[in-house]
Design a protein around this ligand. Structure first.
Ligand code: CAA
Length: 257
């Protein structure tokens, strides 16, 4: 891997992907995004991985799509390359992904964090969709995910002015899960990851799918989808183990089967 570092076993059941293009502030060129997509596909198939953490550097999570790479592209180049289709691979990942964000998460960097399932931010984090300042607009989910996370008026302000918000503002707006001291970012993210890694991987996968489905369905359709996934967990040994462990007053040992 040229632009990311991957540790599939950072600790038991938890993999860490680190964006590693520091000189360019982790600008998300096409190659880097392909590496993320392919890595996520591998980790999704690896039974030893239950939760994935995606992080950047301390100064910057990611400063957005690579402006230099796309500056002179024509609309037809953009259409033919269709670089944001790579991002669909991130969305397809069945295991939970937690973004651990320190410093700037701008443009595609903010969109990358929002494509993950949860966001833990350091107190130095800054979020924004500054594409408007370079004559364009968000193209990898910003107008949709920011609006769903923070509501229309907040998203509109960020997208139309390009201004940055602090971690506190992001927390108040519902964009992130929590703020932690910068030096504890990975430790605190690991704590959250461990809580999820201790659960049934089958139930986690089905639950993640049901929560995400809330954005694509009516309430009634979503409730039916949820109910079917709930019933499906009863096909797993993990459900039997989880309920037996509760009755026997012991800690369950989930196998992902
Ligand atoms: N693409 C390519 N290179 C970038 C980059 C980007 N998004 N962001 C920073 N860099 C490069 C700079 O050009 C600079 O390179 P050189 O040393 O070769 O000059 C290097 O990284 C360091 O950057 P700065 O000197 O600008 O660092 P700074 O600390 O003064 O500022 C910053 C940091 C505020 C993040 C600033 O770099 C910045 O505003 N970056 C661009 C942010 C942006 O507009 N992102 C949106 C991109 S478009 C997009 O993401 C579309 C989409 O929807 C997916």
């Amino acid at each position: 891997m040229q632009f990311i570092k991957v540790n599939p076993q950072h600790e038991k059941f938890i993999a860490v992907i680190e964006l590693n293009r520091p000189k360019e502030l982790n600008a998300l060129n096409r190659e880097l995004m392909l590496e993320i997509r392919d890595t996520l596909r591998e980790l999704d198939e690896d039974d030893n991985v239950r939760v994935i953490i995606l992080t950047g550097g301390q100064k910057v999570f990611a400063a957005g799509a690579d402006i230099k790479q796309m500056a002179s592209a024509t609309a037809i180049d953009m259409l033919n390359i269709d670089q944001f289709s790579t991002w669909d691979g991130i969305k397809k990942t069945k295991k939970p992904i937690i973004a651990a964000v320190s410093g700037f998460a701008l443009g595609g960097g903010c969109e990358l964090a929002m494509t993950c399932d949860m966001i833990v931010a350091s107190d130095t984090a800054k979020f924004g969709q500054p594409e408007i300042k370079i004559g364009t607009m968000p193209g990898a989910g910003g107008t949709q995910r920011l609006t769903r996370a923070m509501g229309k008026v907040q998203a509109m302000e960020l997208v139309l002015t390009g201004k940055f918000i602090s971690a506190e503002e992001a927390l108040a707006g519902g964009l992130i899960n929590k703020i932690v001291p910068v030096e504890l970012l990975l430790d605190e993210t690991l704590k959250l990851a461990r809580l999820i890694a201790a659960q049934s991987p089958v139930a986690v996968k089905l639950a993640k799918e049901a929560v995400n489905n809330a954005f694509n369905s009516t309430l009634d359709e979503g409730l039916i989808f949820e109910r079917k996934n709930f019933y499906l967990t009863f096909a797993s040994a993990d459900q039997k183990e989880g309920m037996a462990a509760f009755v026997e007053k012991r800690v369950p040992d989930f196998k992902g089967k």
